[in-house]
Design a protein around this ligand. Sequence first.
Ligand code: HEM
Length: 357
Amino acid sequence: HFQYTNNEPGMLRLIQRLKTFPLMISHWIGPVMTILQVYHPDSVHAVLTSGAPKNDLGYRFIRSWIGDGLLTSKGSKWFRNRRLLTPAFHYKVLKPYSEIFNKNSLVMVDKFKNLCGQSIEVHTHVGLMTLDTMLQCAMSANTNCQHVTFSKNERKSSRLPGYSSTKQDEVDTFLFEGHDTTASGRFYSVITDTFKYDPTNFRNDLPKLEYLTKFIKESMRLVPPVYAIGRQLEKPLNIKEKDSEHESTIPAGTNIGTSIFALHRHVHFWENPTVFDPERFTKENIAKRPAFAYVPFSAGSRNCIGQNFAMNEMKICLAQVIRNLRLYIDGDSPVPKMQPRLVLQSESGIFVKFEKL
Ligand code: HEM
């Protein structure tokens, strides 16, 4: 057993330990509970395709906040709602949202233009932008969160007229999953080949933004917004490492944590794992790795329903920032320190300075 602490040193200690235990490790959560952390593509594959439900360790806290929506629900309730919501994420449905992403990104860019030369904590601004986007796309609301000041707790939506509690839970789920994660995903990303394309035509140019896509993927490798996923086994699970033929059976009832953070830095699959290199995501390099070596949006039946929505939004937002502003940091900007909470955050904020182009 190894003592895990839920902070940056704890996360980095886990990476050190995977050199000795490449498949999984068991560790304490507080004085009485243990969890099995998996972070090898073979063990992650076994867990995410096993159909094991979410565990109650972390999700019961999320449930008390956003209710029993798609993210937290189980069994037939989840299955029915997933089937009902899937068509809403078809790429044809998502396409017109590009205009909303574009409009809100430009509002944010204008705010940054007025703050040039100052050290700006960008997470707050990006979070308000993604909140506007979610409200406008999911509820056709005419919002302007980017110009309103309110506390984070107020962002849980108030009960909507005529909404059942089930429908309200889905709205709260989308507001949480759809803006906090996307805002953190964008933190660490910058720069690219976006100048080649017409910013008024992103709707059709999105697939062409290849380097930007690699850049975002590499950002989410090193700093995955959803850094861990929990499951609880209802029946025993066989985990077999393909290369060594080593096999273990994990007993029913075990609490499992899939560490996306450790998986994305696993030395067996990523050369110089701490080096930022978007070229890891060329078609050739992707083909050399097991499919489950990189899962920022999870995988299997409970994968992220909003992954295309999120990728489109991140691409458009970054492209607009880069087209309009030069970003830099200097001695005034505190170094970001990872803080694993519901999503991976920075304890010291993310400070950037802007200069007009
Ligand atoms: C960079 C942005 C995002 C990342 C990294 C991300 C990542 C993830 C991950 C890892 C899961 C699996 C969680 C688990 O098993 O507990 C998930 C589930 C989910 N995500 Fe996302 N997500 C992002 C953005 C979004 C957006 C924009 C939406 C909505 C528009 C969304 C909606 C959901 C929902 C509803 C689920 C639950 C799906 C289910 O269990 O059937 N996510 N996401």
